[in-house]
Each structure stands twice: as structure tokens, then as C-alpha cells.
Design a protein around this ligand. Structure first.
Ligand code: PLP
Length: 377
């Protein structure tokens, strides 16, 4: 029985040729032609003018927040149902993340619950396009404008997702992507900040490289505290090759997502993520939540059975309000988050890599269909 991995990268273009070129010319650090080429190509693909490559998505978020001037005493509104990096990046600035429950249908931050979380300390709203499903950015833009808040996208999971025909990364003032190995476009480890704002782009370039002056000779005198968040030319070489085939990789993920949806939607007791109206979901991960009273088995029973059948899965994130790290940091973890709790307790994701074959998806869905116990348990 062959194993179906939860996600493995698809490197089907010029990746090896570009990395080989970088190695053979000795440009293996953060200087070298691939960094600038990758930045330019990815930003253009998103529809924005500036891309600032960094070494992972977590620091891309931190850099974007730092460039916006977020700091101690500030609050940033984020979804409760997200990956921990969204919250940690806010904590690195000294600001506090404030959580908003998920929306039951799209699994994104419930826009209707955002305004009640805004206080005098709120400086920014940071929506996350969960699993590649874009948020309702029209409503969020309206709220940000009304309360004079910065709006930045955590687009780590949403390469090529669209809302109202505009791509993720171009839907807010500044956005951050991850290129971790499981992402729709990958550099192994890597990230990028994208923005149309010249001053923010300049601030990101300055802070990402230890606050070395951007356009002056190096005196080794530093006026501000910066970070070393540079991406290597080796990783950028991978990234450029990936961006060259970005539309292809995006279409593969969408095709797989629609296949899963078609084959799973008729099985009682399985809750699937619904598309954001006016959005284009790029199905980074195909998740589902199990209602045991209808499916006849629990999430954990199904996950164990899939593992025995050679299908690798991952449990969903636990909500931010459940994180003792954030509680210790002084975040308000009280309150109730029923939609986020439901997803954390009943959800998991299925194999979703770009290299999945049709027969892999059929096998996974077949295992799930046959294991259902809907005859009155
Ligand atoms: C929503 C979200 N934000 C941030 C990150 C952090 O990205 P990285 O793992 O590249 O640091 C991830 C990683 O998957 C993510 O899912």
C-alpha cells in the first residue's frame, strides 16, 4: 500500500537549473541575482509594485508590522482560528493580538465580530486567508477606513487567491506570504512582504537588513535596531522557478480542491470550508470537520483509520485563546470562540500537495466514504 503524504513540494520547472547556477557561481548568500528577480516576479504576479524577500513567513509578518510602526501598547486584531505565527508576529513587536472568532462557513475571521473588538489601542486589522480562502476584504477595508486602522493581510496560505478579482497581497496596504515547503509556491523556507506603498517597502528593506543604510556607504553606524531576515540567493533561485509556473501550480490546487469537494460533499456529517462569496479559493489545504453524531465516527477515529490506510493527515490549529504562551504574554484569552473551538476539536486536513494524482484523491475519499457509520450507531 503506497503512502499518500499530507503535502510534498512540486518542483517541476527550472528549480534545479537555477539552484545549480547559484552554487556554481558561488552566489549562495543573500546577494546574487535571484533575490531581486524573485521579488520582482512574485510582486508582479500578485499585482503590486514591491516585494521584499525574507527567510520565512513569520518574519515577513513581523517585518510588515514593524514597518507599520506597530509597537508596545498597541493592539492588532487577528482571527482566533489561525496558525500560531500570526499571533507570535504581533507579540514580537510588543503589541497584543486580539482574537476574533471564525465564521462557521468560510472559517475566516468573522467580519461581523470585528468592530466590537476595536479599542483606542487598536492599530491594525490582520485578516488571514485561511487555507487559501480569501477573506471579505471589502468589509474589512470599510472597517479599517472607518476607524483609521492599518489593514495587512496574512496571506501566508493564499498565493494567487482573489477577492473581487484582485489577488491576495494587493487587497490591503501591506501583506506577508510564506514559502514553506507545503505552500502553493515554495522556496523550502522563505517569505515575502509585498506592498504598493513606497515608504513601507523602504522601511521593510531597511529593517530586514539590520538597518544598514539603504543608499549610503557603510559606516557600520546604525540609527535603529533592525533584524537579519534576509533570504538566500539559493532559496530565491527556487522561488523564481516556482513563480514562473505559479499559474500552473495554482490551477492544480484548485482542481484538487474541487475534486475533493465533489467527492466528499454528499457524505453525511462532513463539514467542508465554503468559498467566500466574490472570492477565488486556491485550496492550499483541503480541510474537513467531522460531526460524529452524523458521520458515526469521531474525527480522531477517522484520522487513525486514514493513517492505517496509508493516508497522512494533520489536525487543525488550536485557537489562539487556547494558547498558554499567549495567555502568559498578557493576551485576553477569555470569552467564547465556538466556531474556532468546533474546527479545532473536529477538523483536520487531507493530503493537498500540488503533485497529488486523481487516483490519490479518489482513494482518500473512498476510505472516508466506506468508514462512515451512518446506519444508526
Ligand atoms: C497563516 C499563517 N501565517 C504565518 C505562517 C508562517 O509562515 P512560516 O512557516 O513560513 O514562518 C504560516 C505558516 O504556515 C501560516 O499558515
Amino acid at each position: 500500500m503506497s503512502q499518500i503524504p499530507v503535502c510534498s513540494p512540486l518542483l517541476s520547472g527550472n528549480e534545479l537549473a537555477y539552484v545549480t547556477e547559484a552554487v556554481s557561481t558561488g552566489w549562495i548568500s543573500s546577494s546574487g541575482k535571484y533575490v531581486a528577480k524573485f521579488e520582482k516576479a512574485f510582486a508582479a504576479w500578485c499585482g503590486v509594485r514591491h516585494g521584499i524577500a525574507v527567510c520565512n513567513g513569520t518574519v515577513a509578518l513581523h517585518l510588515a508590522l514593524a514597518a507599520l510602526g506597530i509597537g508596545p501598547g498597541d493592539e492588532v486584531i487577528i482571527p482566533d482560528f489561525t496558525m500560531i505565527a500570526s499571533a507570535f508576529a504581533v507579540c514580537y513587536t510588543g503589541a497584543k493580538p486580539v482574537f476574533v472568532d471564525a465564521e462557521a462557513a468560510t472559517w475566516n475571521m468573522d467580519v461581523a465580530l470585528v468592530e466590537e473588538k476595536i479599542t483606542l489601542r487598536t492599530k491594525a486589522i490582520m485578516p488571514v486567508h485561511i487555507f487559501g480562502n480569501p477573506c471579505d476584504m471589502a468589509s474589512l477595508r470599510h472597517l479599517a477606513g472607518k476607524h483609521n486602522l492599518a489593514l495587512l493581510e496574512d496571506a501566508a496560505e493564499a498565493h494567487g487567491a482573489e477577492f473581487a478579482g484582485v489577488k491576495a497581497g494587493a487587497l490591503s496596504t501591506i501583506a506577508a506570504f510564506s514559502f514553506f515547503a507545503n505552500k502553493n509556491i515554495t522556496t523550502g523556507e522563505g517569505g515575502m512582504v509585498v506592498t504598493d506603498d513606497d515608504a513601507l517597502a523602504e522601511a521593510c528593506r531597511y529593517y530586514k537588513n539590520l538597518c544598514f543604510p539603504l543608499d549610503a556607504p557603510r559606516t557600520y553606524l546604525h540609527a535603529d535596531i533592525g533584524f537579519n531576515y534576509r533570504l538566500s540567493n539559493l532559496h530565491a533561485a527556487l522561488g523564481l522557478a516556482q513563480v514562473e509556473k505559479a499559474d500552473y501550480y495554482r490551477e492544480l490546487r484548485i482542481r484538487h480542491g474541487l475534486q475533493y469537494r465533489e467527492q466528499l460533499s454528499e457524505i453525511p456529517g462532513l463539514v467542508l470550508q465554503q468559498d467566500q462569496p466574490d472570492g477565488k479559493n486556491v485550496f492550499w489545504m483541503n480541510g474537513l470537520a467531522v460531526r460524529p453524531e452524523e458521520y458515526g465516527r469521531t474525527r480522531d477515529e477517522l484520522v487513525a483509520h486514514l493513517a492505517e490506510s496509508g493516508v497522512e493527515t494533520r489536525l487543525f490549529f488550536n485557537g489562539m485563546h487556547r494558547q498558554s504562551a499567549l495567555q502568559k504574554f498578557g493576551c485576553d484569552c477569555s470569552g467564547s470562540y465556538p466556531a474556532s473551538d468546533f474546527l479545532a476539536d473536529h477538523g483536520f486536513y487531507l493530503p493537498s500537495g500540488s503533485g497529488l494524482r486523481d487516483e490519490d484523491i479518489e482513494r482518500v475519499c473512498g476510505v472516508i466514504r466506506v468508514f462512515a457509520c451512518t446506519d444508526g450507531r
